[in-house]
Design a protein around this ligand. Structure first.
Ligand SMILES: *Cc1c(COP(=O)(O)O)cnc(C)c1O
Length: 306
């Protein structure tokens, strides 16, 4: 990339992105999963950052071109895929604090292995917040990740995988992980924090809610006090906790650690999570019928279009 050192992306974090996957399990051509939902969120992210959104046709053309050109490189075993990263950043140089008048849209991709790093150990972050109420938390902006890095680093130093964020206003309610939404299994119900003005609405979250409800599971979206979750884990009322997002799909959580050094271990590891992951993956990989119209085929290209 040729970029001016004064480009606003480098000084004012004027950057938004998406994360999506293309699958090619047992097929010659690849398919995307809920690409138009990623496009709609990319639009909202750009608008929140006062950038001109990428038109849907251009977004899909970029994604289809990259995936089509990479089709031969997509590994074909279950769980493997091509991770696709569209992104948009302000290129106009200047210190005046206003939106950039020029921007660049790019799409990059890399083959992605089945996510096999094992269950996650999450650490409740009691001091910092990921996103302010009314800030950038509901959109996919690089700035949200920048805000999360110090807590992530500290969590890893203490032997955990990732930080668990609380709401920025009361610091009492669970929100999500730095790049994944969270679910808890309480009795026969599936609970997840209600979307608010600081939680990122994940496509995977929405897909799991749809699949769980279709299977007859009661899904409850509500504010989830962290104190209640911890006492429910201790009493066994809550049996399992897992996270979800495009990269890892559904990832079990083995430990929730608190700042005071106490660890809470859900009784079940990868029960409901495994079931939902398999059901979702079967649709994503076109091994099962797709009653929701979530998948779209991508025509392979022998070489990238110029
Ligand atoms: C991307 C992201 C998620 C997961 O969203 P998906 O659409 O399921 O990939 C969750 N939380 C944050 C903060 C994210 O950036």
């Amino acid at each position: 990339i040729e970029i001016l050192p004064g480009a606003r992306a480098l000084h004012f974090a004027e950057q938004a992105f998406e994360g999506m996957k293309a699958y090619r399990v047992g097929q010659a051509s690849a398919n995307l999963f809920r690409a138009s939902d990623n496009c709609a969120r990319f639009r909202r992210s750009a608008q929140r950052l006062a950038m001109t959104p990428v038109p849907e046709e251009l977004f899909l053309e970029g994604v289809h071109t990259v995936v089509g050109a990479c089709t031969g490189l997509i590994p074909g075993a279950s769980g493997q895929s091509l991770y696709v990263r569209p992104f948009l950043f302000g290129t106009e140089p200047g210190y005046a604090v206003r939106a950039s008048h020029s921007a660049r849209f790019m799409v990059i991709a890399n083959p992605s292995e089945a996510y096999a790093t094992g269950p996650m150990r999450v650490l409740i972050e009691r001091e910092q917040v990921r996103a302010a109420a009314g800030g950038l938390g509901t959109v996919k902006a690089g700035a949200n990740y920048a805000a999360s890095l110090l807590a992530s680093t500290r969590a890893v130093e203490r032997g955990y995988t990732v930080a668990l964020w609380l709401d920025p206003t009361t610091r009492q309610n669970i929100e999500e992980l730095s790049g994944m939404n969270l679910f808890a299994v309480c009795g026969a119900e599936l609970h997840t924090p209600t979307l608010n003005d600081s939680i990122l609405p994940g496509v995977t979250r929405d897909s799991l809610i749809t699949l769980a409800r279709a299977a007859g599971t009661r899904v409850v979206e509500r504010p989830m006090p962290v104190a209640e979750l911890l006492s429910n884990l201790a009493s066994g009322a809550c049996s399992e906790v897992f996270a979800c997002g495009t990269a890892a799909i559904v990832s079990p959580i083995s430990v929730i650690g608190d700042a005071d050094g106490r660890d809470y271990r859900p009784a079940v590891l990868d029960g409901c999570a495994r079931e939902l992951r398999e059901r979702l993956l079967a649709i994503q990989e076109r091994r099962a019928p797709d009653p929701y119209g979530w998948t779209t085929a991508v025509a392979p290209l022998s070489r990238p279009r110029s």
